[in-house]
Design a protein around this ligand. Sequence first.
Ligand SMILES: Cc1cc2nc3c(=O)[nH]c(=O)nc-3n(C[C@H](O)[C@H](O)[C@H](O)COP(=O)(O)OP(=O)(O)OC[C@H]3O[C@@H](n4cnc5c(N)ncnc54)[C@H](O)[C@@H]3O)c2cc1C
Length: 398
Amino acid sequence: MSDPQAFQAETRSWLEENCPKSLLGKGGGGIVGTWGGRKWKPESEDQRLWLERAAAKGFTAPTWPKEYGGGGLSKEEAKILAQEMRAVGTPPPLIGFGLTMIGPTLLQYGTEEQKLEHLTKITRGEIRWCQGYSEPGAGSDLAGLQMRADDKGDHYIVNGTKVWTSYADEADWIFALVRTDPKAKKQEGITFLLIDMETPGISVSPILLISGSSPFCETHFQDVKALKSNVIFKEHAGWTVAKALLGHERSMVAEAFGGGGGSRRSLADRARAYLPGADAEGPLPDATLRQDIARMEMDTRVFGLTMQRARDAAKAGQQPGAESSIFKVVGTEINQRRQELLMHIAGPQALGWEGEGFAEEELQGTRDWLRSRGNTIEGGTSEVQRNIIAKRVLGLPD
Ligand SMILES: Cc1cc2nc3c(=O)[nH]c(=O)nc-3n(C[C@H](O)[C@H](O)[C@H](O)COP(=O)(O)OP(=O)(O)OC[C@H]3O[C@@H](n4cnc5c(N)ncnc54)[C@H](O)[C@@H]3O)c2cc1C
């Protein structure tokens, strides 16, 4: 970047001119925002316009190479763009597993053809992805997966069931782990395969969650034809790709929930609304709560800064390693503590499920609290992350 100040000024004026005013300050980030895809129905014309303009500029995936629809920005430029988006108040134009999971994995392991086909559609928000890893008998023991892909020359015939497939009912493509060599050692007989969800033989049934929504699905495959040209890296070598993607996933979950991204109303502001005698400016009239809030905000801030360092390293081309397990444990536990504290702050008002006696933010808070229970399970449980940290970060014996 020749002149950071010129880049900053140019970026700010582009954002001011191109992000529709109605979207400014709308926040978003994490799992809230524009997911795109064939089935996507924009909430407004402005939301669609913002995605279209940002994609044309390469700002949906700022550091990806231009030939794949990215912005080709350097690490420093991407940092300035993120700062300016925060300053102007623009929501992210696009979110989703394409940008955070399969995209970075394809950049590392995809062929040129696969990158040109899939990455460009991701950056334009045309295709939404879901993740087909877990099965009824394979969660923590992921390598024990049984979904079979039988070799038929230039294609496979896939049979089996995936479970906990987030948003499978809204996704267009799935990145799936399949067993291509049933006789090999379990990690060595797995292939990483991309499958169009419209292929005949795929059916999806939603699973209702404790939070009242159903982002989860069971995804059934019955004699599904999947082309070998959609194998990522090499046949039977899918475990290597799967682990790389999990590194991206764990960083994404940590960041989405742990306070590294998005915008939030401060805990102190939330508490003021519930504490008798609290004024708009002064300290909260409850010393214990004040201390809990201060500790929580400090932990969130420190975690956010640590994630920022990891993001910088990723933008400089470094792949996330076993340390993404540390981020996952810490980030998800911070979010669970935060949700508990918010429940404590709102008291009985935090116990609403529906009805006029509760504000929208309170009803959402109850659901967010329940949703946060899954944070320490998705992308690999905290127990499993601690095993990885013990072995691969600390080098402890088995
Ligand atoms: C919100 C959410 C979203 C998800 N989205 C997806 C998705 O999109 N796609 C997908 O494929 N999967 C998804 N999952 C599934 C997730 O990856 C699995 O739930 C997770 O890997 C755990 O597997 P399991 O549920 O089978 O639990 P199990 O593996 O049966 O574990 C049960 C318990 O045993 C413990 N345990 C297991 N093995 C060990 C061990 N070796 N040492 C110590 N303790 C152990 C676990 O920590 C856990 O407490 C999602 C899960 C959640 C909660």
